[in-house]
Design a protein around this ligand. Structure first.
Ligand code: FRU
Length: 494
């Protein structure tokens, strides 16, 4: 059924999307027009990968949530599809919040999402209710179920919240379906609940998979439970994180718990916790399993706290990260750009053993849409350089820098001069390893973003940049002698 609200969104898209083409990043997903936040329903369907997202087409700020829709075969080139859902039913009238999708055995695509309904009380206060709802479709058009909501507060264990109950992530395992859903318990902090179904339509509560107990932030959102290289990994986005060293930054943050799910108690036994992405802009990651067995993650490349800071010239707000392949190495979550990106590498420029002392530019090393790896070693055997610095998106006025200090073993990324006319946090610092004093930085840039992958994915850090596109110089500098290799490809996507 195409409701009035959905038709309005689709008509709006047809009318205005064509005007926004020239503003878009080359290979990162945006809504094309309007606002986006979390990736939703990232999953294979009929040989393609579908991605939906939290979407408000009419303005570059958050509004009643629709689901926007794109699909791809290779995670780099995306086709835009019409908006998939609008908040048009009583149970989701105030938003179709985040959720996920799965291909049903009968070939239909199932969307599972959170319906939000606000109720104004006599005293004027608004109380919100969140329930889990379903829609089925053919990959373009979806019909919400007459039986919605399929999981409401009556399914919840004692002490669970009927208000904060959102972001179902569904998956199929053997002949059953499971979903992890975020909730809040009576200590005020987040929990992740596990549900189970035989047909994906009738659900029952299984267990409390994990609880925050006011450690690692407060309300947890957007869970995803995955099996990765012999461990269970629970990806979580959290509100109200308190900073912990350089591992967790305050506010809306992301992290994962790595361990084993006790199959009897259906509870995650934690072994470790770590940040997923160390940059300024990363939230609400979601994963899928490719046909060839890779676990690929995508996230909203944005931070809620800075989401009022925009480039007013653009008619879209919010981008997704580059999809990344996940793995576990030495007990840590690692991530690298999907290998499909290699297929879009154009002209290659290569330098070996360049001695850097002071500031240097290298012929042919520049650009804003590129894939560049810089390997840094000490220039003298027995004296270490004090710092090494890479400036990108640079002109007379602008620059974004990545600085490595061997003494503290830290990387600092600073985008103070990257086009934001706002007084916001523009710096992140984090610890890295440099085995044998060698550090490897892979930088992927796409017009309005910079994604950094350290030591073959040991760490990733994502940043939105609004630097004018003509600022495309790159320079290398060091205090002391650093020896570097540079391999740079321009990225060409038609
Ligand atoms: C996370 C989130 C989700 C919610 C959605 C609403 O970014 O707050 O918990 O479903 O955004 O747009």
């Amino acid at each position: 059924m195409r409701s009035k609200r959905l038709k309005k969104a689709r008509d709006f898209e047809s009318k205005y999307l064509p005007y926004t083409k020239s503003e878009q990043p080359v290979f990162h997903v945006t809504g094309g027009i309007g606002w986006i936040n979390d990736p939703n329903g990232f999953a294979p369907y009929k040989g393609e990968y579908h991605l939906f997202f939290q979407y408000y087409p009419y303005d570059t700020k958050w509004g009643p949530m629709h689901w926007g829709h794109v699909k791809t075969r290779d995670f780099i080139r995306w086709d835009r599809l019409p908006a998939a859902m609008a908040p048009d039913m009583d149970y989701d009238k105030d938003g179709c919040f985040s959720g996920s999708s799965v291909e049903l055995p009968d070939g239909r695509q199932l969307l599972m999402y959170t319906g939000v309904r606000n109720v104004r009380r006599r005293n004027g206060k608004i109380e919100y209710f969140q329930t889990q709802c379903l829609a089925v479709g053919d990959g373009t058009d979806y019909e919400k179920l007459a039986a919605n909501p399929v999981i409401d507060a009556s399914y919840l264990p004692e002490g669970a919240s009927a208000h904060d109950f959102r972001d179902p992530k569904i998956w199929r395992e053997g002949d059953r379906f499971y979903a992890v859903i975020a909730n809040r318990c009576d200590d005020g902090s987040g929990t992740i609940l596990l549900f189970e179904s035989e047909d994906a339509f009738h659900w029952k509560y299984v267990s409390l998979l994990a609880a925050c107990h006011n450690q690692y932030g407060r309300m947890w959102e957007c869970p995803d439970l995955i099996r990765l290289d012999g461990k269970d990994v629970l990806l979580i986005s959290t509100q109200e994180m308190n900073a912990v060293g350089l591992e967790f930054h305050p506010g809306n943050a992301n992290f994962c718990l790595i361990g084993e799910v006790d199959r009897k108690a259906q509870h995650l036994i934690r072994e470790s916790a770590q940040a997923i992405d160390y940059g300024l802009d990363f939230y609400a990651p979601q994963t899928l399993l490719t046909e060839d067995g890779r676990r690929v993650m995508i996230a909203w490349m944005q931070n809620w706290e800075t989401s009022i800071c925009k480039n007013e010239e653009l008619r879209f707000f919010g981008q997704m990260t580059l999809p990344r392949e996940l793995s576990l190495r030495n007990g840590r979550l690692c991530q690298n750009p999907v290998r499909e990106l290699d297929g879009y590498r154009g002209v290659r420029i290569d330098y070996r053993n360049v001695l850097i002392n002071g500031e240097t530019t290298l012929q042919g090393i520049n650009g804003r849409c590129l894939d560049m790896t810089v390997t840094i070693r000490p220039g003298n055997e027995n004296s270490m350089y004090k710092w090494f610095r890479l400036n990108v998106a640079k002109d007379g006025e602008h620059f974004t820098f990545i600085r490595y200090k061997p003494e503290t073993g830290t990387i600092k990324v600073d985008r103070t001069h990257s086009g934001f006319p706002h007084d916001i946090v523009n710096i992140r610092e984090f610890h890295v390893n440099a085995p044998d004093k060698e550090l490897k930085l892979r930088i992927v840039m796409d017009r309005y973003s910079l994604e950094l992958f350290v030591n073959d994915g040991e760490q990733a850090a994502s940043f939105v940049l609004y630097t004018p596109q003509q600022a495309e110089a790159i320079s290398f500098s060091a205090d002391g002698n650093a020896l570097i290799d540079v391999e740079k490809y321009e990225l060409v996507v038609h």
